[in-house]
Design a protein around this ligand. Structure first.
Ligand code: MN
Length: 285
């Protein structure tokens, strides 16, 4: 199933060019008191909610997708785990482009490991990207995002995908420069998540998906998740040997070649097989 969050925190079941408003299913979520859980309650309770969502859909209001404000499909991610330079073609372009490298060595992901982005950078597709440090180069990076569905610690590569609730498209927006990735990539709105999540049962194997990104219709990025250097299941297994993964944690699995700058007024179109596409506007601060 395709689930979106829209307008004022409503829940939608996406079908074609419209959604069914199944917000009433959220009434089944537990009420929380301080201290709040360090996970995303919707994702953590997805198995329990699934029949309620389908039940609510039977009598749900049909709403055209074109008219709604799409929010991040995950409201309360505990962390964003991100993979640096995880496609060989992006490694190759980063090595030769001083505007990407900034004098640094491009270190292989197997050596440098993963990094974290601030969850405050998460934004939905409709809000758009608000450029920060607009005098510097701000790049788009399309990435497949895996959404963790249950607590995972020291999980094997073979079982890692069992811990995935679903997938969405991510834009790992980046201001280029010499600073740490976690700083340059954690700017407000620099982690666009959307347009909705597709549950893992509907996605199947995430390792044969085309990713395509255009800016104002001009082709920029095109590759396939089959070319990931460290596969999704390996990323999850590896990360889980460092920190416990929680429902709603987001994995940005890395961007392929073709990264490039955006400026205010640009419209990014990002699409991934079996998920769909999202249009994201770039604005000045
Ligand atoms: Mn990235």
């Amino acid at each position: 199933m395709k689930l979106c969050r829209f307008n004022d925190n409503r829940l939608g079941l996406v079908e074609g060019d419209h959604l069914l408003d199944v917000t009433s299913a959220l009434d089944a979520l537990p009420a929380y008191r301080y201290p709040l859980p360090t996970n995303d309650p919707l994702i953590a309770n997805l198995d329990m909610l699934r029949p309620r969502i389908l039940e609510a859909a039977k009598t749900a209001k049909k709403v055209p997708l074109a008219g709604v404000t799409l929010l991040s499909p995950v409201a309360n991610a505990g962390k964003i785990v991100a993979a640096p330079v995880n496609y060989q073609a992006h490694y190759d372009e980063a090595e030769v482009d001083p505007g990407i490298r900034f004098g640094k060595d491009i270190v292989k992901i197997q050596t440098i490991g993963l990094f974290l982005k601030a969850t405050s950078s998460i934004q939905g597709a409709s809000h758009g990207v608000v450029l920060n440090h607009a005098d510097r180069r701000n790049d788009h990076e399309i990435e497949l995002v895996a959404i963790i569905g249950k607590s995972a610690r020291n999980v094997s590569v073979e079982s890692a995908l069992d811990y995935v609730a679903g997938y969405c498209i991510g834009l790992d927006m980046t201001v280029r420069g010499v600073e740490e990735r976690s700083m340059r990539k954690s700017i407000d709105t620099y982690s666009v998540m959307g347009p909705w999540m597709v549950t893992a049962d509907e996605m199947g194997d995430p390792h044969d998906l085309d990713l395509v990104l255009t800016v104002n219709g001009e082709p920029r990025q095109k590759n396939n998740t089959g070319n990931l250097l460290v596969k999704v299941r390996e990323l999850i297994s590896w990360a889980s040997t460092y920190y416990t993964l929680q429902p709603g944690d987001l994995f940005m699995t890395g961007t392929p070649d073709g990264v490039g700058p955006v400026v205010p007024g640009d419209v990014i179109d990002a699409r991934i097989d079996r998920i769909g596409s999202m249009q994201v506007k770039v604005r000045a601060a």
